[in-house]
Design a protein around this ligand. Structure first.
Ligand code: ADP
Ligand code: ADP
Length: 228
């Protein structure tokens, strides 16, 4: 599905230059469930931004379904991103002035879906994540776990092939984090590819594949045998 070839990322701050990623080679196949682990500052978020085409690379190639998208114009990259990817962040990143329903509807407006269809799809997704009774709540009126479930509903609004989750349970108490993990696992079982950054070793072991990154380079990449 995705292949990164010799990817590097340099943050050029004038006098200071940070090699956030150095010659990273990584293939992610359709249907995988990948955990990305590593110390703070090792390049996990940078890698997620590159995978999500949210940020440009300094060197190397990004292939999506064998098609080189590295040098496509921003507008074309945005189209690919909106069509194929869903994002979940540690801090939820909901629009505070929009209701749960409006937050979930928003990404669909870029896809040219009618208001009526956006609304019914958003309702359906909120019901799926157990928030049918919170449609008109603003994010500030919801708990962290509820906000993250809204974010999951939003990430699913365009039927993504890939979900990129950067520490999705990092700001949640463990029981609420567990609910989010179970949702991600269910999505993966339905065929959605999931790539998740986590600091939690137990969550890392629940993925099917665990990649560690150190100092901007891949350090290990292992498949995890799942108990039956
Ligand atoms: P981001 O990936 O969002 O740029 P970091 O990966 O640096 O941020 O850290 C995300 C959060 O995880 C921070 O609140 C940080 O304090 C915490 N954190 C960072 N490293 C560890 C670690 N090794 N173990 C547990 N928590 C960590
Ligand atoms: P992690 O997510 O593992 O904590 P990051 O990808 O956030 O790591 O950061 C990797 C390195 O790149 C760190 O040294 C960080 O300080 C640096 N970095 C990240 N984002 C920027 C940026 N926008 N500008 C400059 N340096 C950055």
């Amino acid at each position: 599905m995705i292949e990164l070839k010799n990817i590097s990322k340099l943050y050029d701050l004038g006098e200071v230059k940070v090699n956030a990623l150095k010659d990273v080679n990584l293939k992610i196949n359709r249907g995988e469930y990948v955990a990305i682990m590593g110390p703070s500052g090792s390049g996990k978020s940078t890698l997620m931004h590159i995978l999500g085409i949210l940020d440009s690379v300094s060197g190397g190639q990004y292939l999506l379904e064998d098609y080189d998208i590295t040098s496509l114009p921003d507008k074309e990259q945005a189209r690919i991103r909106n069509k194929h990817f869903g994002f979940i962040f540690q801090s939820f990143n909901l629009f505070p002035e929009l209701s749960a329903l409006e937050n979930v509807m928003l990404p669909m407006s870029y896809a040219g879906i009618s208001y009526r269809n956006r609304r019914s799809r958003a309702q359906e997704l909120l019901e799926e994540v157990g928030l049918g009774h919170r449609m008109y709540h603003l994010p500030t009126m919801m708990s962290g776990g509820e906000q993250q479930r809204v974010a999951i509903a939003r990430s699913l609004s365009n039927d993504p092939d890939l979900i990129l989750a950067d520490e999705p349970t990092g700001n949640l108490p463990s029981d609420k984090g567990e609910e989010i993990m179970v949702m991600l696992e269910k999505l993966n079982n339905k065929g959605v590819t999931v790539v998740m950054v986590t600091h939690n070793p137990e969550q890392g072991d629940r993925a099917r594949r665990k990649i560690s990154i150190r100092d901007g380079a891949l350090f290990s990449d292992e498949l995890i045998a799942q108990g039956i």
